[in-house]
Design a protein around this ligand. Sequence first.
Ligand code: BES
Ligand code: ZN
Ligand code: ZN
Length: 533
Amino acid sequence: MLQLRRVVQTAVRKNVCRQFSASQSYLQEKKGLVLGVFEAEGEEGLHLTETAAHFNQSVSGKLSELLQISGPKLKKGKSRIFYGIHKDFPCVAVVGLGKTNAGVCGAENWDTSKESIRQGMAAGCQLLQELEMNSVEVDGCGDAQSAAEGAMLGLFHFDQLKSKKKTKVTAQLHGSSGAESWEKGVVYAEGQNLARLLMEAPANHITPTAFAGIIEEKLASHAQRVTINKRSQDWIKEQQMGAFLSVSKGSEEPPVFLELHYNGSPDSKQPPLLLVGKGITFDSGGISLKPSPSMDAMRADMGGAATVCASIVTAAALKLPVNIIGLAPLCENMPSGKATKPGDVVTAKNGKTIQVDNTDAEGRLVLADALCYGHKFNPRAIVNVATLTGAMDVALGSAATGVFTNSDWLWEQLYKASVVTGDRVWRMPLFQHYTKQVTDSQLADLNNIGKYSRSGGACTAAAFLREFVTAPHWAHLDIAGVMSNKDEIPYLRKGMSGRPTRTLVEFAARLAKMAEDERNKKTQKLKCMKRDD
Ligand code: BES
Ligand code: ZN
Ligand code: ZN
């Protein structure tokens, strides 16, 4: 699949060359530039970023002059293009970034400055892409990580299966200030873009086997710190994962249980962070067949597995000093003569029996077995991620991922990470009220749907998962609402979103930092004790 991507991209570049006339080739050789301007506080004017001010000097004040005469004050998110003001950059896009030092907003639960930079740099890059610039240089805006995230996320598009392609644009930092931060932003965004690619690609391309193969390929260069197990159907049977198998049995595609170990901590015994992702590569609903309109979106029902695996690829690329284990039960949910029927009873790995009253509530079944299995690693924390319920979308829409957790500590860490990334989370309840609605089953220990049908659907699903968790720090992230983007997140184009990959990575980075601080404290203490002796 990625092979195909490379071939296709090379072909596009060649094609573009052939199509351009002599005058257009001038544009091809030149770079575009994206610069930011803040709104000056308390004044009418604009406040150029450090990079933009430097550029302004290099063109003898032409930029600020043009900004003044070309129209009203550049508002946040608005942009303007100037042509021919610099010999190296035939097109310069200037983008409004809003107020200087806006910082964290208590009402929005995100860092407004970072979001504005992401939004602004994405908009500028997209404009230059429309002008068919092959390369753009981007203002670091004093926060090069956010600028890189905006640029790389904004430029991502999935057109590898189309004959007519958008121009492929390479983005780099303008100047050298913040180079390290820029690189970090590129890696974070590439992680999310990998999840977007996996989610957007059609289900006949991303089968369970293909998914596992792509992740294996992505992790190949980190072989020293990573081990990969692609467990087969026989292994899944040996493990007595009856709930997972009950979902996969309606499909011709064999299931895969993907197990990734990233050993990044210098302490090999450090308890790992366990990430578990729902990996339904296509969810037709099974015998409880979904209606056809929008069924195609269910190719992204492996969004949990995609974001979890992409986070591990990113953690490896960043060489985060933390141990992470990733589990992805991958299969299709299809109707057939072999498929599970409503009313069937299946047995999960922990011996609990489940009455499957609705075969479309399959995510909780595959996760149940993966959660049981994951406990054997004695994890520091368990985070599972899943496009689990339409009810989650009804509750929060695409504003935030719903987090159901039994741990205030874990909630705080996830929340803090999300404020930085702007890919927000919102805490949801795990009341016994909901547990009662899934433990009241006519034939078995549990029912895979809540007693009162759709009421509180996201909460009853979470309560069901909790029946397979004994660990004290567990969080279930329902990402059904944030699975795709129409136009709500301005720096993501329309399509599958890859959310909340960056929040997972930021969370892992924070855990790594905490463990590192802990280790340093211990060494310091030992040194002191030795000195005292
Ligand atoms: N994959 C779906 C949930 C979903 C819906 C994700 C929309 C993204 C967008 C899940 O497997 C499902 O179908 N859930 C059912 C559960 C119901 C039968 C209790 C739902 O939400 O309708
Ligand atoms: Zn379903
Ligand atoms: Zn599903």
